[in-house]
Design a protein around this ligand. Structure first.
Ligand SMILES: [Zn+2]
Length: 166
């Protein structure tokens, strides 16, 4: 991929709010050699608010990625609809909210967002990848064991305890 495909040039950016649209495609898959995602088709709307010491970024991500079912390996589309905030700062800060914080060198020219795009998309993918319509005809595991859907008995105990405390 073009080295700066998912980047914003911040060195010449005036203070204030700026908007950018990025279409995330398979070049992201190639960059991170992703085994998890078959394809990327996600629109990322980025809002930057640049200040002297920091840049606030909001990422609104919508679209879909291709996954493979953990049960039968059939490819399926998974909808992405997620929002994340990142605070890029040029100097260490102490008081902050729950936003992710990334330190930048003062002379940073381009802000490469590809890692953030990849991380935020992967974060919204469930650990267990099974589409709602599985098992379906053609699934080699039609007779899958219902047991696997049950909660691990050790967790069940903990949940019981937790519910009692509540
Ligand atoms: Zn399946």
């Amino acid at each position: 991929m073009d080295k700066w495909e998912y980047s914003i040039r911040i060195s010449k950016l005036p203070s204030g709010v700026h908007h950018y649209d990025f279409q995330v495609t398979n070049s992201l898959k190639e960059k991170f050699e992703s085994q998890l995602v078959n394809y990327f088709d996600v629109l990322v709307k980025v809002q930057l608010r640049k200040n002297v010491d920091f840049i606030e970024a909001v990422f609104k991500m919508t679209g879909k990625v291709g996954l493979s079912c953990d049960r039968c390996n059939r490819p399926y589309d998974f909808q992405i609809d997620t929002t994340h905030k990142v605070l890029y700062t040029f100097r260490p800060i102490t008081n902050h909210n729950d936003d992710e914080i990334i330190f930048l060198e003062a002379q940073t020219d381009y802000l490469d967002l590809s890692q953030e795009f990849y991380d935020f998309i992967c974060l919204s993918i469930p650990q267990r990848k099974v589409p709602a319509d599985c098992p379906m005809e053609g699934c080699p595991d039609l007779f899958y064991n219902e047991q696997e859907e049950e909660i691990d008995p050790r967790w069940a105990k903990l949940l019981e305890l937790k519910n009692k405390e509540d």
